[in-house]
Write a protein that binds this ligand. Structure first.
Ligand code: PRX
Length: 572
């Protein structure tokens, strides 16, 4: 199964020798890069922004190039400090305190990043929501987290069910507020104009909360993955060694901050290293993406297999109109990176695309391909120094090389989640002994490279976005025509997986194109576009266990024409 390795091509990297570095690594040494190493006073926003703004050699360096089809903006570290201080003062004025949950629900914009940093500066916990979420998805997350404040735009307000959110006291609106009245509303720009640009940061403990990312599992509502300031140790070092960030880099992470990649490596990784960060808003087109690289002379680019596959299928015709010679280092995350894509990258950029593996729960990269290391296309790479990874069986025993099992990580890495919000039993369920069990199946070869094989549960990965089948099923059965629903991920060459729903219809409903489209739109409007099933199939019955659980595995076997395996728990 192992292909011939692609040899190391590039030179001049920080992580010179993987084995030697891995064997001698100590997280304690990494802490010495931060001022709190001596004072014990910490705030991740200070380390990411203010520290550079207070350094005469760095304060005027561009921290953020923002661009979308209608707007171009450039902010230095000093600007970011000023604006985030102002926003922190706005939050303080409205009584936001350490530990409060303040959510962000809006498209990427310079204001997004000012607000995000301001939230951290007051010691509150930031909760980013993907801008495409619809009402139900917004409600579930704001309700569970008991968020007291939301930062959003007037356009998105209709998706916020305020009557169902008793804890939500204030809503900050970024944009034109004409015609919107109510004492809960705060006008972002108006408040910012009046706010002082001096702010005394709330110093917190390393173990204090800073971020709540909601993500999906195979059962139940989305869960709040809770991260603490201590995660910066890992963000900093992985960005240095895996993203290989260097002083003059222009870095672009394509992920939205609604997902963990967009915070850990779209905000913290680059800024903790004082590196210029490109943020591009707006929709994905191959032309826009290539022109972003050309315009900003992007050197380090972190994206996802779905995007690479889309660019690949756009072909040479688009590619040849752009000068992409600035690119030095390319990386990928979120889903399996196909060897074809790596070979395409070699052909068109003359660069390797480096796969990285991690999860919302892990907060930072864990298994990666490093610039210094031979790459085996199809493998996720090797553990980051300081990370002990293994393949284990269900009892927590380590399995020998080439045997498939649960991909697990020895607990205690700096950016590991510290809680599932308000669900301690859920948090505990991730661990077997000292191992954090990822839910991914994989094997390790004799040389210590890890190979992803699939999910062990029913979680769907569509275009790199994680979707819980339960959420989609729950929405489907709210449609008047739908009696029962079972949802699976169906393999797809471009998106990795697409969402396929099997449904039964209520009495009086007939299957038709229009009805199925109406059901699809219903999920799209209720949850989000990426959670809407691309395929819906009407069945007479949905297979369930005797205890009433939908047998998604059986649906999947039917779909793929595979043997159905053990069906002894099937009802009737
Ligand atoms: O199944 C794995 C897949 O994405 C899951 C984590 O999804 P999420 O929490 O949304 O975080 C995505 C970005 C960090 C994993 O359990 N996954 C992530 N990276 C890879 C991957 N699958 C294969 N190869 C990867 N490099």
């Amino acid at each position: 199964m192992n292909m011939k390795p692609i040899p190391v091509k590039e030179g001049n990297f920080n992580l010179k020798n993987y084995d030697e570095t891995y064997n001698n690594f100590d997280w304690e040494e990494v802490k010495k890069n931060f001022s709190w190493h001596e004072t014990g006073k910490v705030n991740i926003a200070y380390e990411a922004v203010d520290r550079h703004a207070e350094n005469p050699a760095k304060k005027d360096k561009v921290a953020l190039y923002y661009s979308d089809p209608n707007r171009e903006e450039k902010l230095t570290f000093s600007d970011l400090k000023t604006y985030s201080n102002q926003f922190a003062n706005v939050l303080k004025k409205y009584d936001i305190k350490k530990g409060d949950r303040v959510f962000l629900f809006m498209p990427r914009s310079p204001e997004y990043y000012m607000s995000f940093l301001g939230i951290l500066k007051v010691g509150a916990i930031a909760g980013p929501l993907f801008e495409a979420f619809m009402e139900q998805a917004v409600e579930d997350r704001l309700q569970d987290s008991e968020a007291v404040m939301l930062i959003t735009t007037p356009d998105l307000l209709e998706r916020v069910p305020q009557d169902k959110l008793p804890d939500l006291k204030k809503i900050v609106l970024v944009g034109d507020t004409t015609g919107i009245s109510g004492e809960q509303y705060i006008d972002f720009h108006q408040e910012m104009e009046q706010a002082s640009d001096h702010f005394d940061i709330e110093w917190v403990d390393l173990e204090d909360g800073m971020l709540l990312h909601y993500t999906s599992g195979s059962t139940g509502k989305p869960k709040g993955v809770y991260h603490v300031h201590n995660a910066m140790i890992q963000h900093f070092q992985t960005a240095k060694w895996v993203l290989d960030l260097q002083e003059d880099d222009i870095y672009w992470c394509t992920a939205d901050p609604g997902w963990v990649t967009g915070t850990s490596y779209g905000i913290f990784g680059p800024w903790l290293n004082g590196v210029t960060n490109v943020i591009r808003g707006g929709r994905f087109t191959p032309e826009d993406w290539y022109s972003t690289i050309e315009k900003f002379k992007v050197t380090v680019w972190y994206s996802a297999p779905t995007a690479f596959r889309k660019l690949m299928s756009a072909g040479e015709k688009v590619l040849k109109n752009y000068d992409l010679s600035s690119l030095r280092h390319i990386l990928s995350v979120g889903e399996p990176l196909n060897p074809e894509v790596i070979h395409w990258g070699m052909d068109v950029f003359n660069k390797r695309i480096h796969d990285t593996w991690w999860m919302t729960e892990t907060g930072g990269m864990l298994i990666c391909n490093y610039p210094c290391m031979d790459m085996k296309p199809g493998s996720m790479g090797k553990p980051f120094p300081g990370i002990e990874a293994a393949i284990i069986d269900n009892d927590g025993n380590q399995l020998p090389p080439n045997q498939m099992g649960n991909l697990a990580i020895k607990k205690g890495w700096p950016s590991m989640m510290r809680q599932i919000w308000k669900r301690p039993e859920k948090y505990e369920s991730y661990f077997v002994g000292d191992w954090y069990v990822s839910g991914d199946s994989a094997y390790m070869d004799e040389e210590g490279y890890f190979w992803f094989q699939g999910r062990l549960d029913d979680v769907i990965n569509t275009s790199g976005e994680r979707v819980g089948p339960f959420e989609v099923e729950s929405k489907l059965i709210e449609h008047p025509a739908v009696a029962e629903a079972g949802v699976i991920g169906k393999p797809d060459p471009e998106r990795g997986e697409i969402i396929k729903a099997f449904i039964t219809l209520n009495e009086g409903y007939q299957e038709s194109e229009e009805l199925l489209e109406d059901i699809r739109q219903f999920v799209k409007k209720g949850l989000s576009a990426h959670a809407a099933p691309r395929e819906i199939e009407v069945k007479d019955k949905i297979p369930k266990t005797r205890s009433g659980k939908i047998m998604r595995r059986l649906l999947k076997s039917w779909e793929l024409g595979l043997p159905t395996g053990d069906t002894s728990t099937l009802e009737e």
